[in-house]
Design a protein around this ligand. Structure first.
Ligand code: EPS
Length: 404
């Protein structure tokens, strides 16, 4: 079973990720991890912090001569901003007392975290609840992404909307109608979305979105949005209907929902399916070129919580960033009186980054189910198991159901 933990505070010395459970002989380089970290940092509408940081992962263990050796892989991402926070985020007691934060921001973890953990400074809540933690997630999940690529599974994403601005022709249409070109993959999708500074697929929409972000900045406000994650190349049979935590769709939803500021997840047509006739929603089964497929992909590549082999389609919704430069009202914990919330350096919009993080989490979850099914201590062993299953899949059905 694969596992990862992250550690680190937003303005501490750095972030650490420890990844375990992957087979030996997987080719892993720091540069591939750094490529993904760079994608996470991009996007028009991010704050000053992204100008300070140029996130890079230093691999500490688990890799030798660019190959995994089957032991835990640990990585460190140093916070460049740490040099400005050595006093405020000191591990030991400081000579002079540091500023105590007593004004919680609405929408953030500030108040609930302080109440729950009995903190004497809201800074403790701010630090670990910050989406800075996702840099370590992306680093960890890149191991899963690299692993899946060995089996032709690619994860891509695009931003569908920011601040309520949607494209005229929504690309999700072609995802659900299963009318994607043959060469389409998650990788190809990222080539298109990464070319836009807000990771949208429509030029007209891009202009409007950028103007909306400019308006939000001017007003000292923030924006959220929606995004799609698409995973291609999955085999039939990842996940199961037999146990609650073996369901592919529920584990994928959980992994997206675990991302800071995500408030909604859909698989396939999702909420739209609830308003339709069954005949408009369910995907007719076809047998073509010795393979089972579907006429449409409204189910988003998952039936009965098991992958169908069609692209897995997930849509997520991110709320607007909670820190506002034109603040809402809150309560000062030193007086219990109404005050304006604190201004804290932040992003105005982070939906493009959120989509990259969601890709990473999806890669992790798919890799988890993949290794549960195919196992293996070395990449070659996993490949043998996978090939054996894939090659015999349809033949077995034919043999079992053939009328004598
Ligand atoms: C982030 C770093 C943070 C924020 C952002 C994500 O940097 P700082 O707080 O030092 O400006 O920009 O955090 C949040 C949006 C949040 O809600 O906390 C990052 O590296 O992604």
């Amino acid at each position: 079973m694969i596992n990862f933990v992250t550690s680190g505070e937003s303005h501490g010395k750095g972030l650490i990720a420890v990844v375990s459970g992957f087979p030996a002989n997987l080719k892993i380089t720091e540069s591939e991890i750094n490529e993904q970290l760079k994608r996470r940092q991009a996007g028009y509408g991010r704050g000053l912090r992204m100008k300070i940081e140029s996130d890079t992962a230093e691999i500490f263990s688990g890799i030798r001569f660019n190959k995994s050796i089957g032991s835990p892989i640990s990585m460190l991402i140093r916070n460049k901003d740490w040099e400005n926070w050595t006093e405020k985020m000191s591990v030991g007691i400081t000579k002079d007392p540091v500023e105590i934060i007593s004004i919680p921001r609405p929408g953030h973890a500030d108040l609930v975290g302080t109440l729950k953990y009995d903190y004497d400074d809201i800074r403790n809540s701010i630090e670990r609840s910050s989406a800075r933690e996702t840099a370590a997630r992306v680093a960890a999940c890149t191991v899963a992404r690299i692993f899946l690529r060995e089996f032709g599974i690619e994860i891509g994403s695009y931003v569908e909307s920011i601040g309520g601005i949607y494209p005229k022709n929504n690309f999700s249409g072609s995802l659900f109608t299963n009318s994607l070109p043959k060469f389409f993959s998650g990788f190809e999708l990222n080539k298109l979305s990464d070319a836009s500074s807000v990771r949208v697929l429509d030029k007209e929409q891009e202009k409007k979105v950028i103007n909306r972000i400019k308006l939000a900045k001017k007003r000292g406000d923030s924006l959220g949005g929606t995004f799609f994650v698409v995973a291609t190349g999955l085999p039939v049979g990842l996940g199961s209907f037999s146990e609650i935590d073996s369901r592919l769709d529920s584990e994928l939803s959980k992994s997206i929902m675990s991302i800071q500021a995500v408030k909604g997840v859909e698989i396939g047509l999702g909420f739209q399916a609830a308003n339709s006739f069954g005949s408009d929603v369910h995907d007719e089964i076809i047998f073509k070129k010795d393979k089972f497929t579907r006429r449409t992909n409204n189910a988003g590549g998952i039936e009965g919580s098991i992958s169908t082999g069609l692209p897995v389609i997930i849509r997520g919704a991110m709320k607007p960033i909670s820190t506002l430069m034109t603040p809402l009202n809150t309560v000062d914990l030193t007086t219990m009186k109404k005050v304006e919330s604190r201004r804290e350096r932040s992003d105005f919009v982070a939906v493009p980054a959120c989509a990259v993080i969601a890709e990473s989490m999806v890669a992790w979850t798919i890799a988890k189910f993949f290794l549960l099914k195919f196992g293996g201590d070395s990449l070659a062993e996993t490949k043998d198991n996978y090939n054996n299953y894939s090659q015999k899949l349809v033949g077995r059905v034919k043999a079992k159901f053939r009328k004598s």
